[in-house]
Design a protein around this ligand. Structure first.
Ligand SMILES: [Zn+2]
Length: 140
């Protein structure tokens, strides 16, 4: 990765594996101007995971999940930070449900609801109102 200011080479000065997101955090320093900045490497499920809802299949979109969580947390002053952290947590909890690159929408809703319940009861109630689980998970 090149420097954000002068486009010269950078070197990694610090690196940490982030267990929660299964990502990597890196501190980089430009070899020419000395600027230091942070990069993150994370799994991008878009394009690799398909969501199954009823009869339809669609590409997994992190932003869509994020927005539904953010919407439920709007009453909190820290909604943006909370929604960002919760989205990461929920995605990591979804891995066990991903089989053959397809995840059932019901599992996403259930895991999100569970996570919201642990975090903020009002948010969980709000989320549930907009995402009724309506019975059993759809079978493939
Ligand atoms: Zn530079």
């Amino acid at each position: 990765m090149v420097c954000i200011y002068c486009s010269n080479e950078t070197r990694v000065t610090n690196s940490r594996h982030q267990k929660r997101t299964n990502g990597v955090w890196r501190r980089r320093t430009c070899v020419v101007c000395g600027t230091t900045f942070t990069t993150r490497e994370e799994i991008d499920l878009t394009g690799s995971i398909t969501v199954k809802s009823q009869k339809q299949l669609e590409a997994f979109q992190r932003d869509k999940l994020f927005m539904s969580i953010f919407d439920s947390l709007r009453h909190r002053k820290t909604a943006l930070e909370d929604a960002t952290a919760l989205t990461d947590t929920i995605i990591s909890r979804l891995y066990p449900f991903m089989k053959d690159v397809i995840i059932d929408r019901t599992h996403i809703i259930e895991v999100t609801l569970q996570s919201l319940r642990q975090f903020d009861k009002a948010a969980a109630t709000h989320y549930e109102a907009f995402h009724p689980t309506a019975g059993k998970p759809t079978r493939r």
